[in-house]
Design a protein around this ligand. Structure first.
Ligand code: 5GP
Length: 204
């Protein structure tokens, strides 16, 4: 049976707090992009810990991605190989950003709750990089710098690949590295008291 790891709101809060100094030092983000729904709560908590006195709050943009298994075995040339596919369910809100041009040259922190197979993160980084490059062609300016924060990284064979210069330069930050277990986050709990009790039992 797959092991379950129960994580409480307090745990999430403290993981964000603990990671914040490193994120400020290595990334110093100007914008956060939270991958929904697991990235929303960590991004909001992080914002408080990343705030510098006298500076405005770091804006948070939400994006939504949906993963599904493509099982097609069609031999049609235009049908892709079976595998995990990602689709966008929500993307950057340009009315809030002003225009894509405002992403150019920014230090952008992508936030999600868990890095499992890495499919989602690979897709997010690639697509966001593409968008910013298009904006750069139009408006000019520096390359944007993408970084990643996750609460948990599962130590397992990954399907997705992240840019080497990101992982080697401290711009991939996981608050915890865990085994290949199922992590139960508090926002998914239907009974939060039972969830917290199960989490407390784990620590006994
Ligand atoms: P990926 O395999 O692309 O890294 O992760 C895809 C998504 O699957 C994650 O964003 C998350 O929503 C979900 N997921 C993967 N592993 C877990 C887990 O252990 N617990 C929960 N709650 N969701 C998970």
């Amino acid at each position: 049976m797959v092991q379950k790891l129960y994580v409480t709101y307090n745990d999430v809060h403290k993981l964000c707090q603990e990671a914040a100094p490193k994120l400020l030092e290595e990334v110093n983000p100007q914008l956060m992009i939270a991958i929904g729904g697991g990235g929303y709560v960590p991004a909001r908590i992080l914002r408080s810990f990343l705030k510098r006195a006298g500076s405005p709050n770091i804006p948070i943009q939400a994006i939504g991605l949906s993963l599904y298994e493509q099982l097609s075995t069609s031999t049609d040339a235009d049908v892709e190989e079976p595998g995990t596919k990602v689709t966008r369910t929500q993307w950057l809100d340009l009315s809030a950003l002003g225009e894509m041009g405002s992403l150019v040259g920014k230090r952008i922190l992508i936030v999600d709750e868990v890095d499992d197979t890495r499919t989602t993160l690979e897709y997010a980084v690639k697509e966001l990089e593409k968008d910013v490059e298009l904006a750069r062609e139009k408006f000019g300016g520096e390359k944007a710098q993408f970084s990643i924060f996750v609460l948990h990284n599962k130590d397992k064979q990954k399907k997705g690949i992240l840019p080497e210069e990101m992982t080697s330069s401290g711009r991939y930050v996981a608050a915890r590295t865990v085994g290949d277990e199922w992590i139960c986050y508090p926002w998914e709990a239907t009974d939060i008291d039972e969830h917290d009790a199960l989490a407390a039992k784990q620590h006994e």
